[in-house]
Design a protein around this ligand. Structure first.
Ligand SMILES: *Cc1c(COP(=O)(O)O)cnc(C)c1O
Length: 384
């Protein structure tokens, strides 16, 4: 990744910087792979990054959107996604969010419980609309990822239990204002081992066989969610995830029925590598056992290390000095406000510019105002 360091000089840190050249290359790589398979379509998972300038590139690439709140639907419409390219998931949809989805005419709701289906039907009835619904089934497939980002186990709050699948499809048939259009799955995030997706494919094959055996009519769409991971250790070695391997895995293992559409909801894999949190060194402090690089960004700008123990590569962009060992920490009054520990990095001094890499997904969007800090700016290449 090339950073326009000269042009950063006048910008106040911390801020997010998105390399839109890399984003566009990533989007082209996805399109090249999905185009090879009939009926494959991607709805970008907006919760990974909703920066409107980033969304514009994703819209230009012809992708739809996967939203998990009314606010995201509003952000998508404002950015220019067509309403009928938006799908809407979430275990706790409020009435106003369901009303919004129906009013603007989203493609379908990914419904996560029987009571939710009943409420959607009631609201649709009141609004004289037909709601297209897909059922999020909890496939009880372990994604072997961090426990906070595993979503497809029976113990997780997400989705409808497999044993209730037929019941909810039959219920939808009996309700006047909902139309059943598909099944939805999402097992977790930052998944790099394809075996996890293969396990999901096998489970979906089983469920489709079961539906056929019970004479349940056609399922128009299968939606397999997202979850493809990125290389946080080596962002320059693997700036673009292996989309060929990912889509080929589904093509080889998932038995789609004739005419069936396959929907994907990738988030992290689309935007993760193009984003960086830019920060400056405020102080270098020698503690009794450690040397600390104290930077002006903290867990308020990037919470992943504190929340998930996540690793982000930290790079001093302005020092060519030999390596020293540091803990790189933020200014927030929490011990978890640490980016990396015992970390080798070019000798750092006050004023050096550092890039915290692979921060495009679940970075800017999770920023908080804790300690009364401001939400960081997000710049794209063309702004600078
Ligand atoms: C978060 C989420 C995604 C995207 O996950 P990534 O790991 O970023 O690809 C997709 N679908 C649903 C329903 C989600 O909640």
């Amino acid at each position: 990744m090339r950073f326009p360091i000269e042009k950063f000089k006048t910008l106040r840190t911390p801020f997010y910087y998105y390399d839109t050249e890399l984003l566009d290359e990533t989007l082209s790589a996805i399109k090249a792979e999905t185009d090879k398979h009939a009926g494959y379509h991607l709805h970008y998972a907006v919760k990974a990054c909703a920066n409107p300038k980033v969304l514009r590139h994703i819209i230009a690439a012809g992708m739809g959107a996967d939203c998990v709140s009314g606010g995201e639907i509003e952000a998508c419409l404002k950015a220019g996604f067509p309403a009928d390219e938006i799908v809407f998931a979430g275990v706790g949809k409020c009435d106003w969010e369901i009303e919004l989805g129906l009013k603007v005419g989203i493609q379908y709701f990914n419904v996560e419980s029987i009571p939710e289906l009943e409420v959607i039907n009631e609201i649709a009835c009141r609004m004289n609309k037909m709601a297209h619904v897909s059922f999020r089934i909890n496939p009880n497939v372990d994604a072997h990822t961090h426990s906070n980002i595993t979503t497809g186990l029976a113990e997780n709050k997400f989705g409808i239990a497999m044993e209730d699948m037929e019941k909810i499809i039959k219920l939808a048939d009996s309700l006047p204002n909902v139309t059943f259009v598909g099944l939805h799955f999402h097992i977790g995030s930052q998944i790099l081992d394809m075996d996890n997706f293969i396990a999901l494919c096998h489970r979906i094959n089983e469920l489709q066989d079961r539906l056929e055996a019970e004479g349940i009519k056609e399922v128009k769409n299968i939606n397999v969610g997202g979850g493809l991971g990125i290389d946080y250790e080596n962002p320059d070695g693997h700036p673009i995830p292996d989309f060929k391997k990912y889509f080929d895995t589904y093509s080889q293992h998932l038995k789609l029925r004739p005419g069936q559409h396959l929907h994907f909801e990738l988030g992290r894999a689309v935007v993760g590598q193009c984003g960086n949190l830019m920060t400056r060194c405020l102080y270098v402090k020698q503690g009794s056992t450690k040397k600390f690089v104290i930077v002006d960004a903290g867990m308020t700008e990037l919470i992943r290390p504190a929340l998930y123990d996540a690793y982000h590569k930290v790079e001093n962009l302005t020092s060519k000095a030999p390596t020293e060992i540091y803990d790189v920490v933020g200014p927030i009054c929490e011990s978890s406000d640490t980016f990396v520990k015992d970390y080798p990095m070019a000798e750092t001094k006050r004023g050096d510019l550092l890039a915290i890499r692979s921060a495009g997904a679940y970075g800017e969007i999770m920023a908080s105002q804790y300690n009364c800090r401001s939400i960081p700016q997000g710049y794209v290449s063309e702004d600078i």
